[in-house]
Ligand binder design. Structure first.
Ligand SMILES: Cc1cc2nc3c(=O)[nH]c(=O)nc-3n(C[C@H](O)[C@H](O)[C@H](O)COP(=O)(O)OP(=O)(O)OC[C@H]3O[C@@H](n4cnc5c(N)ncnc54)[C@H](O)[C@@H]3O)c2cc1C
Length: 491
């Protein structure tokens, strides 16, 4: 984590601890083999174990103006209406987007609605304002220059400049307010090359005799349980031109890492589709081996718990990092590409790489999170627990208190997407944890793939935003009553 992180503790209301969850988390000690299912740790629920409180909406949303609560509630309500999302997605993927006037109207509409809710601004200045606003209410920011998928070297160079500008911009922000800078490898290495490298890495997993002369030192990328169906035939070796492009892409990542070291802000590298994820992990781990030093993980990779092999890979990577004495940084997410992953696997005639049920994904997330907490307590690794899931938030908070929050505090970050799960973010902040909002920024056209993923995630009455919508309604009602009783000057 950043070498000089300011604690948010000073801004935390003191009376908001609450006894809520009594479900049990698993422990790292139970991970004796990559394939075994860990038994739950028998943690008795101590009456002194505080966790996250959602009952007091004033404590949760007190730092937001009524206008901000109203805007957030309205945006989330609209985003949860299935037909609105369907029409929006149809329009975005239609030929209308090729007509300049129609595109301008569509982008203008998105800019004043979903964009405003889910994105931090179009440029560094706008983002700086948002970061300061969040810092003032005790939340930190993960700055995501939201570019993804480059097809040529020129775009990769342009994107590199965008990432470097973002890192530079963190220097002018209040210390500790920018917790991480985020990058996608698909923005700095041509997509086709990521596919080729992933194919070759997969083939080497099938046939360990395959020599990959360009391969740098890395942590394990696959486990015994990793599916390899994307690569059905032995791929050709990289051409000289491809090897050169790979080297240049690696140098781009090195520049980003060095700039993060200089600016003292860690880098979180996002996970993407399984088709290219082996190459992304390869880039991430080889950079981590070079830059993660002195108990200070600068480069964080991302693990998607919806993948069946996630836990096995986490165990292997941790073991190797410990052996090499490299502090490991992991961002744990459930995963955002569920429908495309399942579609691709079934089109190739293979089983989906994603857990068979959402229950299995939740169990995998919670046991990986527990393992990461134990790792932090035992050494120098760091973790970002990125989730909107209230149950996971409560479970992790409870275990963190049992381990001793002071032992974990600086190396443990909870994170939610900007515009989502405000109740969980503020609840965790109130319970004494470091909490970040993941803040995409950039032009409307640039963030469209991100916004479409959020639209998909928020649709339906049981979406991730359901709790927020309920609690915001309750808070608006509370403020209205105060206003009508004359205890509040304005609504
Ligand atoms: C800070 C932050 C960073 C992120 N970075 C990344 C990233 O780098 N890469 C990435 O892919 N995503 C990333 N995400 C997105 C994240 O994966 C989604 O927000 C996440 O999928 C929503 O899960 P949740 O933990 O909020 O839990 P919930 O909303 O409780 O769970 C929903 C998730 O469960 C899984 N799921 C749903 N149905 C099923 C089913 N039938 N079977 C199996 N699994 C199912 C899916 O992953 C689904 O998204 C990030 C999220 C955050 C908050």
């Amino acid at each position: 984590m950043a070498r000089s992180i300011l604690s948010t503790q000073s801004k935390i209301p003191k009376n908001v601890f609450f006894y809520a969850s009594n479900r049990l988390l698993n422990t790292a000690a139970a991970f004796t083999s990559a394939a075994s299912t860990p038994p739950p740790l028998n943690l008795a629920v101590s009456p002194a174990a505080p966790t996250v409180d959602f009952s007091d909406t004033k404590a949760l949303f007190g730092s937001l103006s009524t206008l901000e609560v109203l805007h957030a509630a309205a945006s989330l309500h609209v985003a949860a209406v299935g037909p609105v999302v369907d029409v929006g997605m149809w329009v975005m993927n239609s030929k209308l987007m090729d007509v300049e006037l129609a595109r301008d109207i569509i982008f203008g509409t998105v800019r004043h609605s979903f964009y405003r809710h889910f994105c931090a601004g179009e440029d560094d200045t706008a983002v700086g304002k948002t970061v300061r606003r969040l810092h003032n209410v005790g939340l930190r920011s993960m700055l995501d220059y939201a570019i993804e998928y480059a097809n040529d070297e020129e775009s990769c160079d342009r994107n590199l400049r965008g990432f470097l500008r973002t890192i530079e911009a963190t220097r002018a922000l209040p210390p500790g307010s920018a917790s991480f800078v985020v990058a996608k490898v698909s923005a700095i290495c041509p997509l086709r090359l990521l596919e080729r490298v992933s194919d070759l890495l997969r083939w080497q997993q099938k046939d360990p005799c395959l020599n990959l002369p360009w391969k740098l030192k890395t942590f394990p990328i696959f486990s015994e349980s990793s599916p390899l169906y994307h690569t059905l035939q032995q791929p050709n070796p990289l051409t000289n031109e491809e090897q050169k492009s790979l080297q240049i892409s690696h140098q781009r990542l090195m520049k980003i890492c060095q700039s993060c070291v200089d600016a003292n802000v860690p880098l979180a590298i996002d996970a993407e589709h399984t088709k290219i994820q082996p190459a992304i992990d390869y880039f991430t781990y080889s950079a981590a081996i070079i830059h993660n030093k002195d108990h200070n993980p600068i480069v964080y990779g991302t693990l998607q718990a919806y993948l069946k092999d996630a836990k096995d890979r986490l165990l292997l990577v941790t073991k190797e990092a410990n052996k090499m004495r490299v502090p490991l940084g992991i961002k744990l997410v459930r995963g955002a590409y569920m429908s495309s992953e399942s579609k691709l696997a079934s089109s190739l005639g293979f089983e989906s790489p994603i857990h068979n049920s959402i229950h299995d994904t939740h169990a995998c997330y919670n046991s990986c999170a527990s393992f990461l907490l134990d790792n932090i307590a035992a050494g120098s690794s760091g973790a970002i627990l990125a989730t909107h899931n209230v149950e996971s938030g409560k479970l992790v908070a409870k275990k963190a208190y049992e381990i001793g929050i002071e032992k974990l505090k600086e190396k443990l970050e909870f994170a939610q997407l900007y515009g989502m799960s405000e109740a969980l973010s503020y609840g965790l902040r109130n319970a004494g944890f470091q909490v970040s909002k993941y803040m995409p920024f950039g032009g409307v056209d640039m963030v469209m793939p991100y916004l479409l993923r959020r639209a998909e995630e928020n649709r339906g009455l049981l979406s991730a935003s359901n709790l927020d919508r309920q609690l915001m309604r309750k808070e608006l009602g509370r403020r209205m009553k105060e206003y009508l009783r004359g205890e509040r000057r304005a609504f």
